[in-house]
Design a protein around this ligand. Structure first.
Ligand SMILES: C[S@@+](CC[C@H](N)C(=O)[O-])C[C@H]1O[C@@H](n2cnc3c(N)ncnc32)[C@H](O)[C@@H]1O
Length: 285
């Protein structure tokens, strides 16, 4: 006979070598919510509750997958982002809290514009584009990605969440030949691949072994390739007084500032995320 308490104990024993105590706690409560439909505060008050056989089996199944380093979001097939629930799979990056902060910054800065055209480059699950479409009612949102598999997930998310976003399959590195040069945007945002291969050593297996490398990594030799091409594109495609937003690699902040200035952008500001890492860059055309 298992109780919620004894299952929590098993989570601690089995996951200790992969996760910190606080991460294990958070994984346990996510699983409890998924299986028992209990918010953490209620689960904490019911730790002596005896599990039905079926419930125990579901916990065991999730724990086995977590012990094999599978990210919880891929196991469950969804992840929360900015108050919305996004489907995710192995073709899409799992949306991160620091990206929620970027979305929040854009909404605060841009909500006073009248109607506006927004472009999200490298949309993945569509988390940035869909959140902006939901929370900026004056916005017309377009989003692109090179990956057809990611776009399939993003399109399904937009439908489920009732957001109006136009998706395009496009290689942004090839924008000079493929993008409609007549189009203008008031806001361009991108969280492109920015982790250098040399940073792999700092990363945990559940990211390295499961998340798509094409969404994460750039070569050590040219780590700013996406930012350079997107800045060159944005110089043409942003309307007067348009805004460019990037999520950036905290280790390359000064290089990023010089890069956007080189492309003629002004009023460059870099903001820290909640962990104190220099993570968001905003500049104007
Ligand atoms: C860091 S992920 C960001 C995903 C999502 N926007 C988010 O913030 O969670 C980068 C995305 O860029 C896409 N990508 C990679 N290379 C690309 C390219 N050449 N052109 C367009 N998109 C690209 C990847 O498929 C991936 O979805």
């Amino acid at each position: 006979m298992q109780t919620l308490q004894s299952i929590r104990q098993k989570f601690n024993e089995n996951l200790r070598i992969i996760y910190s105590d606080s991460e294990i706690d958070s994984l346990f409560f996510i699983c409890a919510e998924e299986i028992l439909n209990l918010r953490p505060v209620s689960a904490k008050m019911q730790m002596q509750r005896v599990m039905l056989e079926q419930e125990s089996a579901k916990f065991t199944n999730l724990l086995t997958q977590l012990s094999a380093n599978q990210p919880i979001q891929y196991i469950l097939g969804h992840a929360p982002f900015y108050g919305l629930n996004f489907s995710v799979n192995e073709h899409t990056l799992i949306p991160r809290p620091e990206t929620e902060e970027l979305v929040d910054l854009i909404i605060r800065n841009e909500k006073h514009r009248g109607s506006m055209n927004i472009l999200d480059i490298g949309t993945g699950t569509g988390c940035i584009a869909i959140s902006l479409a939901k929370y900026l009612s004056n916005a017309t949102v377009t989003a692109l990605d090179i990956s057809a598999d990611a776009l399939e997930v993003a399109t399904a998310n937009a439908t489920t969440l009732g957001a109006n976003v136009a998706f395009l399959q496009q290689d942004i590195l090839d924008w000079r030949t493929t993008f409609n040069r007549e189009r203008r945007f008031d806001v361009i945002v991108s969280n492109p691949p920015y982790i250098r291969d040399l940073e792999k050593a700092e990363m945990s297996d559940h990211v390295l072994k499961h998340e798509p490398h094409s969404a994460l990594f750039v070569s050590n030799g040219d780590p700013l390739i996406f930012y350079r091409e997107i800045s060159a594109f944005a110089r043409e495609a942003l309307s007067v007084n348009g805004s460019l937003y990037f999520e950036i690699n905290q280790y390359l902040e000064s290089e990023m500032k010089s890069l956007v200035e080189q492309y003629g952008f002004v009023k460059v500001s870099v903001l820290k995320d909640l962990n104190g890492a220099k993570r968001m860059l905003h500049c104007k055309r």
